[in-house]
Design a binder for this molecule. Sequence first.
Ligand SMILES: [Zn+2]
Length: 315
Amino acid sequence: MADRNNPTRGRASESTYSLMEFMAEYPDDAACLDFLWRERFAPDGHTAHCKKCDQPRRFYRVKDRPSYDCGHCGHHLNPLAGTIFHKSSTSLHLWFFAMYLMTSTRCGISAKQLERELGVTYKTAWRMVNLIRNQLMSDDVEGPLSGSVEVDETWHGGKMRHSDRRKAAERGMKHGPHVKPRATVMGFVERGGRVVAMQVPSRYGYTLRSNVAKTVAKGSTIYTDDYSGYSGVEQAYTHHRINHSLRVYVDGHVHTQTIEGFFSLFKNGVRGVYHSVSVKWLQGYLNEYTWRYNRRDSGRAMFIDLIETAASRAR
Ligand SMILES: [Zn+2]
């Protein structure tokens, strides 16, 4: 299948933020700390609300510690408290660099690559990648998807052939013959808009339909293949099917190429960057790819988005 028109390809989906810009704006720990300080407490870099004084006060940076003191009463504020960087033995600058690397490539970066780039141990790199992925790159998509929405499901570890899927369905099996248990992933994409991808417990019709109901606004138009699991959604949606069993993949506007493009981006990325991903971590990887996909055309540097999230999600 040619994917010349595949919206996930051929576009500048990479962050537009260059390494030079990163090094100029965040040259050291102090610059990174100052960012979090302004973002969380002191937009002007000096004045923050002091809890003890119960009013705005001028704060001063404490030498050799990641904190700021109230000039009046000495109350401490630590911009790292509650963030994923708090009490880490890795420098804040390396954390920022890790986030820069994770947002500057189309397919992300593995712990192994990060280990090399940062000069930290594999264990440290692995922990950093996971915290960034799981704590910062999970999107809360606002409101259900609507308009024209393509829905499809796939098997993590390789797309199941249609013939296998039919055989499995005929036998009432969760998995096709010759296939070891694998995770099912359901994907939704608004044409020209957002994507949602989730691991689901099965590919029974009930599971698929209830996730459609949760994810897509009623009255929207839904495009699926001809898998029988989607039968019944036409009660709440306009439903178009493309007959993959007859090897038809596009019929005018009826196709599921966009969501298949996302799946193949995900699979190629996982294969190329991470080699394999266990089911246990699957949702985190899906979130990371979704996160990146949903920002592909925003024109904002993904890196800035990510460090702002790190500040705003501090507990
Ligand atoms: Zn004070």
